[in-house]
Design a protein around this ligand. Structure first.
Ligand SMILES: Nc1ncnc2c1ncn2[C@@H]1O[C@H](COP(=O)(O)OP(=O)(O)OP(=O)(O)O)[C@@H](O)[C@H]1O
Length: 323
């Protein structure tokens, strides 16, 4: 048995410093630093930026060439089994056996985690109900849609009641409706089931929708990380205003004053510097427009991504899904 790891990072879910990992001549991680707190965290990066490599290191499946990693206070390189007992994992590419029923696969994973057969069977059914596959649990995996198979992967990742779950591109291959459902489910896992989630994705928009925090990986390095609100906090100027009634006339008036205003449903997103706030407030008052909301515009994750210098075709900051 390895010596019990010392908890040096109380309250933090994941901590890493200077992590280097080479695959032959490919430098997959080039000195990554990580500090992830509770809740749902997005691990964002373009394809090839090192996300899957990092997840493998966090699980103790590979050893880093350099650097230190702590997962729930444990070192996965020396305490791999203890880490994997507390951490669930849904890999990106996973060839599920087509003839096996969902409930049998999930039960098998529960048994691998040490649950006795009877308990594992009950737990597998419960967890499949939780991910919305109650009726389908006895169907062979080969007959399931991509969305259903993604749910099975999530179910097997949480069947042993982990503290943390690592999800590698869980929305890959899903259509927009399935994607929305999966994101809602991931949010429930994080918030209702109380399991911390590290959600690897190259789609900014989905991380923005479900995560409390984000880590942005680029070419094997973490270039930006923190709570979503902090990442987006630095003002870019401009305001968001929501009025009672149609915002279009206000948009026209602002445009006439040289302020670009984009109508987004009931809201107007007004570009410009910090002075725009006063201009919009005064205009609203002068016109007697009833206001529901007036606040400085927050940066989108896309802007955070771009301001990290991630251009040049490596990143996919458009929010578009794809391999
Ligand atoms: N087992 C391996 N052997 C050799 N090279 C590897 C291996 N795993 C990853 N790589 C390389 O390391 C780099 C990082 O890959 P990784 O899969 O970690 O990135 P990623 O961000 O998860 O990308 P994707 O979303 O495309 O999987 C890539 O250049 C990849 O080709």
């Amino acid at each position: 048995m390895p010596a019990p790891a010392t908890v040096v990072d109380e309250g933090r879910v994941l901590v890493a410093s200077g992590v280097v990992k080479r695959w032959g001549s490919t430098l997959a991680l080039a000195g990554a630093d990580l500090d992830v707190g509770p809740g749902v965290t997005g691990l964002l990066g373009a394809n090839g930026s090192g996300k899957t490599t990092l997840l493998g290191l966090l699980l103790g499946l590979h050893r880093p060439d350099q650097g230190h990693i702590r997962v729930l206070g444990l070192d996965p390189t020396t305490a791999g089994p203890e880490v994997r007992a507390r951490v669930g994992y849904a890999p990106e590419h996973h060839s599920l056996p087509p003839d096996v029923k969902a409930v049998d696969l999930v039960r098998h994973v529960a048994e691998l985690h040490g649950l006795p057969r009877r308990e594992a069977t009950g737990r597998a059914s419960d967890v499949l109900w939780q991910v919305g596959l109650g009726e389908e649990r006895v169907r062979p995996l080969g007959t399931m849609s991509t969305g259903q198979r993604q749910r099975v992967k999530l179910a097997q990742a949480i069947v042993h009641d982990p503290v943390l779950v690592l999800l590698d591109e869980p929305t890959e291959g899903l259509d927009p409706v399935q994607r929305d459902d999966m994101l809602a489910l991931i949010r429930r896992v994080g918030h209702d089931f109380g399991i911390h989630v590290l959600l690897s994705s190259h789609v900014l928009d989905e991380v923005e929708r479900v995560a409390d925090g984000a880590v942005i990986l680029h070419a094997g390095r973490v270039v930006s990380s923190g709570a979503l609100a902090d990442l987006q906090a630095s003002s870019t100027g401009g305001v968001v205003v929501e009025v009672v009634g149609d915002p279009a006339p206000l948009a026209t008036e602002l445009a006439a004053r040289g302020l670009p205003a984009e109508v987004a449903g009931p809201r107007l997103v007004v570009g410009g510097g910090e002075e725009v706030f006063d201009v919009v407030r005064d205009l609203l008052a002068a016109r007697g427009v009833a206001v529901r909301r007036l606040e400085p515009r927050r940066r989108s994750l896309e802007e955070v991504f771009l301001s990290s210098g991630l251009t040049g075709g490596q990143a996919d900051p458009t929010g578009a899904a794809g391999g």
